[in-house]
Design a protein. Structure first.
Ligand SMILES: Nc1ncnc2c1ncn2[C@@H]1O[C@H](COP(=O)(O)OP(=O)(O)O)[C@@H](O)[C@H]1O
Ligand SMILES: N[C@@H](CCC(=O)OP(=O)(O)O)C(=O)O
Length: 325
């Protein structure tokens, strides 16, 4: 019996590895940056979009629920309007977003429809998260699409957002969605291999951070703004987004969308990009596991005890995809 207890204790007090977390996560929020979706001449990169769509469909076949946050409307719109590379005044940017968003969704829908799947577009601003009622409405829009087997594709409503209600970048939007929808893995796909200790465009010998804790203040120092003509926010907003999503237990991977099959490889547990753990997840994990250990001990002792130290939140966590038994 002692051996059994020692064995169970060891098993239950070890945090799941990065590989396990990537393999077992069931609710993914995937965010794709503008530079991955648009070509150098600000046209849609249909080859890349097809590649992402194919991977997302494969993930769904494996039972993973996916919400896609897609950037690209402004850059594609600029291309369509003959304004490539220009810094636009607010009204023209709104128009570019409106034109580009249509083209973007058209591409996603066409590619998905070839595989018998459809997508649903949800355009959001901060207003959609302002109070409980609006958050509920946003969540139910996502959940209903999911229930109907559609792929929710989200973006900021750049055609109408203003300085009062805009997110300003989709990293933040992805994190807010992760928390609202209880995502367990947020994947931020970008043009760099991951987070480096300095912007690799500026410092050629910058070193990539492979694994760390979301919210580590050192990362804020390392992360700079966008280095591309079409990106918004750079690495700083990704680091902040990871910290925000981590509060509800989501882990984050920042990885290059240029890596072939990056999403499928992450799902197989490959160590690509920067993996940022959630402290909240780890705490919940250990707490729930301690309860399991207590239960095991009691049952080994033949004592039927109703455990009083678990609350409904822990039970929900234990029964959710967060908890890998
Ligand atoms: N510490 C860092 N590590 C990696 N990239 C960084 C860092 N600091 C700044 N960056 C810049 O962030 C850019 C990615 O952000 P961004 O252009 O907003 O991409 P996306 O469109 O994918 O959101 C990189 O091209 C890089 O120049
Ligand atoms: N919502 C904007 C993108 C904002 C944004 O965060 O861009 P990016 O840094 O390329 O992910 C658009 O669709 O153009």
């Amino acid at each position: 019996m002692i051996n059994k207890l020692v064995e169970t204790t060891a098993k239950l007090s070890t945090l799941p590895s990065r590989t396990t977390l990537q393999k077992k996560s069931q609710r993914w929020v995937i965010k794709i940056g503008s530079s991955l979706l648009t070509s150098e001449d600000y046209q849609l990169n249909l080859v890349a979009i097809r590649h992402f769509v194919e991977q997302i469909l494969r993930l769904r076949e494996r039972g993973i629920e996916v919400v896609l946050v897609s950037s690209g409307s402004v850059s594609v719109g600029k291309g369509h309007l003959g304004l490539a590379g220009k810094t636009l005044p607010a009204e023209q940017r709104q128009a570019a977003a409106s034109v580009g968003q249509t083209a973007l969704m058209h591409a996603y829908e066409n590619l998905l429809a070839q595989e018998g799947v459809h997508c649903g577009q949800i355009l959001l601003t901060q207003d959609n998260f302002k109070d409980r009622k609006r958050r509920k409405k946003t969540l139910s829009a996502i959940n209903m699409l999911m229930k109907m087997n559609m792929l929710p594709i989200l973006n900021e409503n750049d055609a109408l957002a203003d300085s009062e209600n805009q997110f300003g970048n989709n990293d933040h939007l992805a994190a807010v969605i992760s928390r609202l929808w209880h995502g367990d893995l947020m994947v931020l796909l970008t043009d760099q291999a991951g987070l480096y200790d300095a912007d690799p465009r500026i410092q050629v010998d910058a070193q990539m951070i492979h694994e760390g804790m979301a919210g580590d203040p050192r990362y804020e120092e390392m992360a700079g703004g966008s280095g591309t003509a079409v990106g918004t926010g750079g690495m700083r907003t990704k680091v902040d987004a990871a910290a925000y999503a981590a509060v509800s237990g989501s882990t984050t991977v920042i990885a290059s969308g240029h890596i072939p099959d990056v999403l499928l490889r992450l799902q197989r547990g490959e160590r690509l990009g920067t993996f940022l753990r959630s402290k909240k997840f780890d705490q919940m994990w250990l707490k729930v596991r301690r309860t399991t250990l207590q239960k095991t001990t009691y049952s080994l002792l033949g004592v039927a005890v109703k455990l009083s130290n678990t609350n409904s939140k822990q039970h929900r966590f234990y029964n959710s995809s967060y908890c890998y038994r």
